[in-house]
Design a protein around this ligand. Structure first.
Ligand code: NDP
Length: 340
């Protein structure tokens, strides 16, 4: 398809510690021709997710680190501009692993059609997409919440944590969120219906968390690690289940856990007979994705599950919006609007 000048954001260099704007570069490129079986996509929305920080390192915990000079990876909502593929037509809206780009050529791998009549298409990147499913699988399959139990979730106002707390409520549990700052904590309680929310930056965080969990913690959905994990640790009940989903406090290479603290951690796991299970959402897709879509879609249409999106305009703003998300300056699923 001649005539299109596309844009992409590439990894300019590997960060050591916190990434900076200098680690990214905006470039122009000409998309390759669309061959038989291929499609040309125009990206409308790009998802910004914490795992992208890990892929900036040479050895990524999640398979597939981004090479220096390569386009940043990521899921996007895109419009099909041209199709030589039997399953897609011009004008279709799709979820695509396009990366941080304005346009992409695809052979159909990893594409999923979205129906704009069913839900706003951006929800395919958040509450009805990978983050929402991660919440559902981690809580329901690993956490196995029972009515009356206390479920604690960290990074609770994010797209994963916010769904965890609302599902815990639906399951009849006491939902306690941990988030950064009073605005996020208010949002959790007043808008999302969490039973309590505690600010991990408050000087008396440990005291507040203990007060919010008077019957201890039965299920902990871990998104953060570091100091937050250590604060939850003394509160575990016997037979507590921990869904170990993410460790964002560690993604920038700042280790907050020393050997003796790890020993303390393991002692609590042993004496409380706990189950701790690390997981990638992908392992549960085949068995649980359809039920997740049903439960969470019903929750949204019935008003029991709410969500927010934090949309930044312009592909060129993606690096800054990504850094904002890592440092907690977003409220809701971080997205970049690339085109109408
Ligand atoms: P989030 O919006 O929850 O992640 C960004 C937030 O992390 C920030 O807004 C900030 O919130 C919080 N944060 C960052 N640094 C710290 C810190 N040092 N201490 C405490 N909080 C911090 O994104 P998601 O909902 O997309 O992801 C949540 C977690 O789930 C991540 O760890 C992610 O890697 C993981 N994940 C795992 C998957 C899996 O398959 N296992 C799949 C998808 C996500 P605040 O202002 O509240 O501090």
């Amino acid at each position: 398809m001649g005539g299109i000048t596309a844009r992409r954001v590439v990894l300019a260099g590997r960060p050591s510690g916190w990434p900076t704007l200098e680690d990214f570069r905006l470039e122009e490129f000409t998309p390759s021709p669309v061959l038989s079986g291929g499609l040309l996509l125009r990206v409308r929305y790009l998802s910004l997710d914490p795992y992208m920080r890990m892929r900036m390192d040479e050895h990524s915990a999640y398979a597939g680190s981004v090479g220096v000079g390569e386009t940043m990876h990521g899921q996007a909502v895109a419009e099909v501009l041209r199709s030589e593929h039997p399953d897609y037509a011009e004008g279709d809206t799709v979820l695509a692993p396009a990366g941080w780009v304005s346009h992409a050529v695809s052979d159909g791998t990893g594409l999923r059609k979205l129906d704009p009549a069913l839900a706003p298409v951006t929800t395919g990147l958040g509450v009805l997409g990978m983050p929402g499913f991660t919440a559902y699988a981690g809580l329901m399959v690993i956490g196995r919440p029972k009515p009356g139990e206390t479920v604690v979730v960290s990074s609770a106002s994010g797209p994963v944590g916010s769904v965890v707390g609302q599902l815990a409520n639906i399951a009849g549990c006491r939902a306690v969120g941990i988030a950064g700052g009073p605005d996020k904590c208010r949002y959790l309680v007043e808008e999302l219906g969490f039973d309590a929310a505690v600010d991990h930056r408050a000087p008396d965080f440990a005291k507040q968390l203990a007060a919010a969990c008077p019957d201890g913690v039965d299920v902990y959905f871990e998104n953060v690690g570091g100091a937050v994990w250590e604060t939850v640790l003394p509160l575990f009940n016997r037979f507590a289940r921990v869904a170990l989903c993410g460790l964002i406090a560690q993604y920038n290479g700042v280790s907050q856990t020393e050997g003796d603290r790890l020993a303390d951690t393991l002692r609590v796991m042993l004496t409380k007979n706990m189950t701790v299970r690390g997981f990638f959402n992908t392992e549960f897709v085949a068995e649980h994705y359809a039920e997740f879509l049903r439960v969470v879609s019903d929750g949204i249409s019935g008003g029991r599950i709410k969500y927010r999106e934090d949309v930044t305009e312009g592909l060129e703003q993606a690096p800054e919006a990504f850094l904002h998300m890592l440092s907690g300056r977003n409220l809701g699923k971080a997205l970049v609007k690339v085109a109408e």
